[in-house]
Ligand binder design. Structure first.
Ligand code: NI
Length: 185
């Protein structure tokens, strides 16, 4: 396994639409190694999610995971998930604003409106179809990651840029006491 270099905002690969992975390539050794390296890279940088374009592979693979944190028992946890060729359906309802960060826009945070619930259809890492509905934080992470496959970054989704904040100023002015720091994804 290897820790991969992360492309940062300004790198054109983050603005490309990633290509779908052919079904018969999912189980290939190269793809399985890439998935393992993405998981290792996400964990190394304390991220909650990573999309393949962020490690300079323009292909439709995302991984995400939010571990339970004993310091923030209220913060939701999400099991390790690998999605290939995901299709996301936004379910009806008013959008919810929430803080986001991104490993490709380091040390920045901003408030992003997202659909509260989404349904996703995809393949898992063994090529088996999955189809599930999630809400809240899980839905936010999923929308952020799958946006990366369309060349979209969280700053594009902000209603305005007034909450765009460097992490040090976020801690001084925006973070509520006892609140978990929004993770980078
Ligand atoms: Ni991101």
């Amino acid at each position: 396994m290897a820790i991969l270099k992360i492309a940062e905002i300004g790198n054109p690969i983050l603005r490309q639409v990633a290509r779908p992975l052919p079904d018969d390539k999912v189980r290939s050794e190269a793809v399985q190694i890439l998935i393992d390296d993405m998981i290792e890279t996400m964990r190394e940088y304390d991220g909650a999610g990573l999309a393949a374009p962020q490690v300079r592979h323009s292909v439709q693979i995302v991984v995400y995971e939010a571990a339970a944190n004993p310091r923030y028992p209220e913060a939701p946890s999400i099991p390790l998930t690998v999605l290939i060729n995901p299709t996301v359906i936004l379910l009806p309802g008013p959008p919810e604003g929430g803080w986001e960060g991104c490993l490709s826009i380091p040390e920045m945070r901003g408030i992003v409106p997202r659909a509260r619930s989404v349904r996703v259809k995809a393949l898992d890492r063994l090529g088996r179809p999955v189809d599930f509905t999630v809400e809240g934080f899980h839905a936010r992470v999923l929308q952020h990651e799958t946006d990366h496959l369309q060349g979209i970054l969280f700053v594009d989704r902000m209603a305005d840029l007034k909450s765009l904040t460097r992490l040090n100023e976020f801690h001084r002015f925006w973070m509520k006491p006892g609140e978990a720091d929004p993770v980078e994804t």
